[in-house]
Write a protein that binds this ligand. Structure first.
Ligand code: NAP
Length: 384
């Protein structure tokens, strides 16, 4: 395993981290049913083979991920890892709540201290929560009291807000979504460089876009990958692009089988920094262009179309539609549509008022796209 510095601290993190968000299940599509025997085997294999960064969060596996880790890190494993988890900002409704959730997380994880504590999924809205309840001051207090060792944040919004947040507090690290397709999405490459220059360690999530860049990869992309000077799987092709960057401390992978753990650890046991040459970057650009050419709707997720009078989450639904078409990921998008969009706010509830189309800077025919999304994303016979 290759290790990289966590910013200016003296900590060396394994360049591959274990994300505890996609653990194996005993029942498909029920995230509460963690297959604990298999998940423990994967976690212990990972730690015994050099991974020392474990990432969880309050809501993962519908609140079961931290509890699982608390149990699985007994017998000396806890002391061998740096444990990261995240404050559920959307649940914070008073000044009392941050402390309440942190104490609950310490109990679940069966530990006295969280090594890396993140504000979860900062966005325009949750950043307001941080200010309203003085959560940055809370982080200072927790650092002083020794309940957390390092403070960071994960991010899901636009680049200008990312820069504002980077500059607002002496963070040790941040966690951004990055992969070779989404180079200018959310914080993107510009955000990566910005945070790095400001002295933050940068960790990366969703390097395989939740698995879409590794599984059911289109023939055209396989051909592009086949032209690389390395013989490699699509997962390795994607991880190589991340680990090539010296600005990245650790890439989190949400592995869901022992085979994936083994493959990814073997890959992360080699130094990849600065190994990509111009010819290789061309291959990534070609694969990116191919995926982008399959974009169904030119939605940039700006949210100008909102609020919809019917409360339809238009950008989210268009993103699911795009994901389904770009990555042939219809099952994933259908599942997300069913689980995350309540029936009363689904695309078929569009009243065709047209307000969204008047506000869309991209001039997207939103009503038509919603109708198409509803047909494609609704599971057979699913109206619940
Ligand atoms: N803070 C936040 O807002 C936030 C958001 C997202 C993620 N995260 C963290 O970041 C971690 C990483 O994100 P992610 O889980 O989305 O990572 P990811 O690496 O993009 O996706 C993980 C999925 O990729 C597939 N995979 C992994 N290794 C593979 C291999 N060698 N070969 C083939 N397929 C492979 C598996 O999909 P299949 O199971 O389909 O095979 C796995 O479930 C999460 O686990 C979580 O800890 C944080």
């Amino acid at each position: 395993m290759i290790y990289r510095s966590l910013g200016t601290t003296d900590i060396k993190l394994s360049q591959l981290g274990f994300g505890a968000m996609r653990l194996p299940l005993t029942e498909e599509y029920d995230p509460t049913k963690i297959d604990e025997a298999r998940a423990r085997e994967m976690l212990h294999y990972a730690i015994n083979n050099g991974i020392n960064c474990i990432d969880s969060a309050y809501p993962y596996h519908r609140q079961k991920s931290e509890i699982f880790l608390g149990k699985a890190l007994k017998n000396g494993y806890r002391g061998r890892v740096y444990l990261a988890t995240k404050m559920p900002l959307w649940l914070v409704k008073s000044r009392h709540d941050p402390g309440k959730y942190l104490d609950e997380q310490l109990l679940r994880l069966q530990t006295d201290v969280i090594d890396m504590y993140l504000l979860h999924g900062l966005s325009n809205n949750s950043w307001k929560t941080v200010q309203e309840y003085e959560i940055l001051r809370f982080l200072d207090e927790m650092l002083r009291d020794g309940k957390i060792r390092y403070a960071g944040f994960s991010f899901h919004d636009e680049l200008p807000l990312f820069k504002e947040i980077v500059d607002a507090y002496p963070w040790t690290f941040c966690l951004i979504q990055l992969n070779y397709v989404d180079v200018d999405y959310q914080a993107g490459l510009e955000g990566l460089e910005y945070a790095y220059k400001k002295g933050l360690a940068v960790m990366v999530m969703e390097p395989l876009r939740g698995g879409k860049l590794a599984n059911s990869v289109p023939q055209r992309v396989l051909e592009i990958i086949g032209r690389s000077r390395w013989k490699q799987t699509p997962a390795q092709f994607a991880l190589r692009w991340i680990l090539n960057r010296p600005e990245i401390t650790c890439v989190l992978s949400g592995m869901s089988t022992l085979e994936q753990v083994k493959e990814n650890i073997a890959f992360a046991s080699t130094e990849h920094t600065g190994t990509l040459a111009t010819e290789e970057f061309r291959l990534y650009a070609q694969a990116r262009e191919f995926y982008r050419s399959r974009t169904k709707v030119n939605c940039t997720q700006c949210g100008y179309c909102l609020p919809c009078p019917q409360k339809i989450p238009i950008p989210f639904i268009l993103e699911l539609l795009n994901d389904a078409c770009m990555y042939d990921a219809f099952d994933d998008s259908r599942w997300m549509y069913k689980v995350f969009v309540k029936p009363e706010y689904r695309a078929d509830k569009c009243s065709k008022c047209g307000e969204c189309e008047g506000k869309c800077p991209q001039k997207i025919p939103v009503m038509e796209c919603l109708a198409e999304a509803d047909v494609l994303l609704r599971q057979n016979g699913d109206d619940a």
